[in-house]
Design a protein around this ligand. Structure first.
Ligand code: GLC
Length: 558
């Protein structure tokens, strides 16, 4: 497979609402992003992914679009966008937008028209069903955000489908007009020069024929077997690729919800001409046993190695994936997989050392480059995320957990953790805004912030810069053949990677104690190798073993 710009590149995701507020109204905006483009470039980022910037009533922070070809006024104007695109390109970076094509907002003119009459030409843009046999909802489908996935439209007596909130009606992709509308919106942005799309919940666009009841599986399995991977999904993705994406120098990054490694190739194998890459949920959800908030298991390194391995095998030399350990939908990476306390800096650096040496496109999320952590909200009034709020209010009815416990669960896994404003400096609201931000800033901005880290050569930020620069210079990071060492070791993750003459060895300690790796006779490691990356000043190594300090991460050039 060719190492194209989008395969080799590092993607930096921006959640515009929380990035940088240039007009001090408490909400981040496009001008705020423009102000920080030099900063983003300084990270050795190649591609910027913007979470949705289109007009939206913000029931789900822009993932409910009311006009696909306009800019959300809170974020700025189309002129601001044009300038952002121009300035991004000027700096040699690319820009991709977030295409939310499975559903739109109930305030989109299509839905407003559809509701007016069963004969409206827009009626068939959505999924409408008569009540079920008992006069209630048409089937047992649950929404991702709690409650039924069906909402009654009183006027017509019919229900419409919404896999997310009731303000996010699902679009009916079987209707060719819907597909054409979406393709036209894509062309609108591609013609302006955007470089592709991240495709929101794209595996959900095709619904199972006849809307059958979901079997009594856990929710994750229901997603995989009922909501995602429907009968026409590949036909439409091919069509979208053929009619739109392939006509431009652009790529698609799919949110791989409901796709397991056995189905991956169907979406991202190069010869299928559907999607360019996907990020899967196996790592992102590896601590989540059931539902988002309940039954959270401790993180297990061997399980993580297995996941990376099975995905590597699934697309080996045939397809492509992107690797992520966090985004706007999950708690902070360092809090979940590292240690956001004593070994904050070490573990944040070690985790990115691992992620950047996995085969695939590297996908990082704003704020992780300074090790931003989870926030502890002490009152439900401070919570903003609709998924967390729905969980909380459902729990108020069922009384399954005490209110305190429900809030604790939200604090552990809730999406607001990743959405707190970026911590630029130690001034008011971490320099994000002079006004109260839409979501509370994490009070640890006093210590964890860009300004502090910028000139500190030992900071997480400068570690990211050095690592991503090194990654750019060594294709073996992205592409090398993998050889696992001590796979069963529960604390150490060690592997070698080879690409032609280029050979590296990655040694990572996932524990808070010192751990040794005995390599016995392979003393060439001690003799001939050069340390490319190390999150400590030194490396304890002799001709028999390497001792890794707590959360130490090292890359050797062999
Ligand atoms: C995706 C987005 C998430 C959103 C959902 C519905 O999972 O990443 O933020 O809530 O789709 O659009």
């Amino acid at each position: 497979m060719k190492l194209t710009w989008f395969r080799k590149g590092t993607i930096y995701q921006i959640y515009p609402r929380s990035f940088n507020d240039s007009d001090n109204d408490g909400v981040g905006d496009l001008k705020g992003i423009i102000e920080k483009l030099d900063y983003i470039k300084s990270l050795y980022v190649d591609i910027i992914w913007l979470s949705p910037i289109f007009s939206s009533p913000n029931d789900d922070n822009g993932y409910d679009i009311s006009d696909y070809c306009s800019i959300m006024p809170e974020f700025g104007t189309m002129e601001d966008f044009d300038e952002l695109l121009k300035e991004t390109h000027k700096r040699g970076m690319r820009l991709i937008l977030d295409l939310v094509a499975n559903h739109c907002s109930d305030e989109h003119n299509w839905f407003e028209e559809a509701k007016k009459s069963k004969n409206s030409p827009y009626r068939d843009y959505f999924h409408w069903r008569k009540p079920g046999p008992d006069g209630g909802v048409p089937n047992n489908w649950k929404s991702f955000f709690g409650g039924s996935a069906w909402e009654l439209d009183e006027a017509s007596g019919e229900y419409y489908l919404h896999l997310f909130t009731k303000k996010q009606p699902d679009l009916n992709w079987e209707n060719p007009k819907v597909r054409e509308e979406i393709y036209n919106a894509m062309r609108f942005w591609l013609d302006k020069g955007v470089d592709g799309f991240r495709m929101d919940v794209i595996p959900l666009i095709s619904k199972p024929l006849g809307y059958p009841d979901a079997p009594d599986f856990g929710f994750r399995k229901i997603i995989e077997e009922v909501y995602a991977n429907g009968p026409t999904v590949h036909k439409y993705l091919k069509e979208m690729n053929e009619e739109v994406i392939s006509k431009y120098d652009a790529f698609s990054l799919a949110e791989g919800v409901g796709i397991d490694d056995s189905k991956a190739g169907l979406y991202v194998n190069e010869d299928r001409n559907e999607l360019d890459m996907l990020y899967h949920f196996d790592i992102l959800e590896c601590t989540i046993v059931n539902g988002k908030f309940e039954e959270v298991s401790p993180f297990n390194l061997i399980q993580m190695k297995e996941i990376f391995k099975k995905w590597r095998d699934a697309v080996h030399r045939t397809g492509w994936i992107a690797n992520a350990m966090g985004n706007h939908d999950f708690a902070r990476m360092v809090s979940r997989f590292g240690d956001d306390n004593k070994y904050h800096s070490e573990s944040a650096k070690m985790l990115i050392t691992m992620l950047s040496t996995q085969n695939g496109t590297l996908n990082i999320y704003q704020g992780d480059e300074i090790g931003m952590t989870n926030i502890s909200l002490n009152n439900i009034d401070q919570v903003r995320d609709v998924q967390s709020l729905n969980f909380y209010s459902e729990n108020q009815l069922t009384k399954r957990y005490s209110e305190d416990l429900a809030l604790q669960m939200i604090n552990k896994e809730g999406r607001d953790n990743a959405r707190t404003p970026i911590q630029w400096n130690d001034e008011i609201n971490g320099g994000f805004s002079l006004n109260e931000p839409w979501l509370k800033s994490n009070p640890n901005y006093k210590n964890i912030n860009v300004k502090n880290q910028n000139h500190d050569s030992t900071s997480i930020l400068n570690f990211y810069r050095n690592l991503l620069k090194t990654r750019r210079e060594h294709d073996v990071f992205v592409f090398g053949d993998f050889e696992e060492i001590e796979f069963d070791n529960p604390n150490l993750y060690i592997y070698k990677k080879t690409l032609g003459e280029d050979k590296i060895m990655v040694l990572l300690n996932f524990s808070s104690s010192e751990e040794s790796y005995y390599y016995g006779s392979r003393s060439s490691i001690a003799n001939g190798s050069k340390v490319l990356i190390n999150n400590y000043d030194d490396l304890l190594l002799d001709d028999k073993s390497i001792v890794l300090k707590p959360y130490q991460g090292v890359i050797l050039d062999l």
